[in-house]
Ligand binder design. Structure first.
Ligand SMILES: NC(=O)c1ccc[n+]([C@@H]2O[C@H](COP(=O)([O-])OP(=O)(O)OC[C@H]3O[C@@H](n4cnc5c(N)ncnc54)[C@H](O)[C@@H]3O)[C@@H](O)[C@H]2O)c1
Length: 285
C-alpha cells in the first residue's frame, strides 16, 4: 500500500516532533489533539523548526514550503482518522487514555491502516488487544528531540505481521530515520540499558565511589558516551527515570530495583532541569 497521509495523535513534545519528521519526509500530515492550545504550540514549533532548518542548511526552501503545506491541525478524531493511511499515536503514557484512543482509532480508521504507538514502556501486544487488528499494531519509538534524533526503535507485538513491520520500517526511513526492528520486551533495547546504567550511577554515588562530575566524566570519556548518566537523567527528568525503573523492576525483576538515592531525590522534588535542580543545580545557569 502507498502511504500518503499520516495522522499523528497527540501534539505534545513527541507528537509535534513526529509530525515535523513526517511532513519533512513528504507525507501529508494531520496532527490531532484534544487541546487547541497544544495544537497552537505545535504549529508555532513547526514554523520555528522549519525556519531554523533552512537557516542551518538542513532543509531546502522547497522542503520548508512543502512541509508547511503538508501540515494540518485538527480536534476532530473521526474526520482525521477516516482519511489517514497510517496512524502514529503519541498521547500520554496512561493506560486508560491509550486504550480509549486505540478503540476509537480502530473504529474510525480504514481496516488496512496500521496503528503505531510511540509508547516508551507499554506493551504493543496489549495495545493491539484493544483493537480488532492486532496484526496492524506495533510500537514505533521515536526519541526526543525527534528532528535531531536519528533512531526509531520498532517493536513488534505478539500478533504484529511481517507486512506491518516492513511498512513501518519504510515509513520511518522516508522520515529520514534509522531503524532497529526488535521483539517486544519491557523497556525495548534503549530504555532498558539506559535505565540500568542510570540506576547504577546512583548506586555508585550513594556508595561514595565518586562525585557526579567524576562519574559522568568517566562514562563520557572512558566509554565514549555522548552524555554521562547524571546529565542525561537530569535532562530526561528523575521522576521519569524512576517510573521507568519501577516498571522494569515490576516486569523484569530485582536487577532494576530503583536506587534509594534516586527515590530520595524524587521525594525532595529534585527532578532535574525542569525543576532547576536534580543531581546538578541549574539555578545559576
Ligand atoms: N517525552 C519523551 O522524551 C518521550 C520519548 C519517547 C516516547 N515518549 C512517549 O510518547 C508519548 C507522548 O509523550 P509526550 O512526552 O509527547 O507527552 P506530552 O504530555 O508532551 O503530550 C501529550 C499530548 O497528548 C494530548 N492528549 C491527551 N489526551 C489525549 C487524547 N485522548 N487524544 C489526543 N491527544 C491527547 C495532550 O493534550 C498533549 O498535547 C508517551 O507515550 C511517552 O511515553 C516520550
Amino acid at each position: 500500500m502507498k502511504i500518503k497521509h499520516i495522522l499523528v495523535v497527540g501534539s505534545g513534545i513527541m507528537g509535534s516532533g513526529i509530525a515535523y519528521a513526517s511532513a519533512v519526509g513528504g507525507f501529508e500530515t494531520t496532527v490531532y489533539d484534544i487541546e487547541d492550545e497544544s495544537l497552537d504550540k505545535a504549529r508555532a514549533y513547526h514554523q520555528e523548526m522549519l525556519q531554523k532548518g533552512v537557516h542551518r542548511n538542513k532543509i531546502s526552501k522547497e522542503t520548508q514550503a512543502t512541509a508547511i503545506e503538508n501540515l494540518n491541525y485538527s480536534t476532530d478524531l473521526k474526520e482525521s482518522a477516516e482519511k489517514a493511511d497510517f496512524v502514529i499515536e503519541a498521547v500520554p503514557e496512561v493506560q486508560k487514555i491509550k486504550q480509549d484512543v486505540f478503540e476509537k482509532l480502530d473504529q474510525y480508521a480504514r481496516e488496512d491502516v496500521i496503528l503505531a504507538t510511540n509508547t516508551s514502556t507499554m506493551s504493543p501486544t496489549e495495545i493491539g488487544s484493544y483493537t480488532n487488528r492486532p496484526e496492524k499494531v506495533i510500537a514505533m519509538h521515536f526519541f526526543n528531540p525527534v528532528p535531531l534524533m536519528k533512531l526509531v526503535e520498532i517493536a513488534r507485538g505478539l500478533e504484529t505481521s511481517d507486512e506491518t513491520a516492513e511498512l513501518v520500517e519504510a515509513v520511518a526511513k522516508q522520515m529520514g530515520k534509522e531503524t532497529v526492528l526488535i521483539n517486544e520486551m519491557p523497556g525495548f533495547v534503549t530504555s532498558r540499558i539506559s535505565s540500568m546504567v542510570g540506576n547504577e550511577a546512583f548506586n555508585m554515588l550513594m556508595e561514595g565511589v565518586g562525585t557526579p562530575e567524576e562519574i559522568d566524566k568517566a562514562i563520557e570519556i572512558g566509554l565514549n558516551y555522548p552524555m554521562g548518566p547524571f546529565k542525561l537523567g537530569d535532562l530526561v527528568g528523575l521522576d521519569t527515570r524512576l517510573s521507568n525503573l519501577e516498571y522494569l523492576h515490576s516486569t523484569l525483576g530485582d536487577r532494576f530495583r530503583p536506587s534509594q538515592l534516586l527515590v530520595k531525590y524524587v521525594k525532595a522534588g529534585r527532578l532535574g532541569r525542569k525543576t532547576g535542580k536534580g543531581v546538578y543545580d541549574y539555578n545559576d545557569n
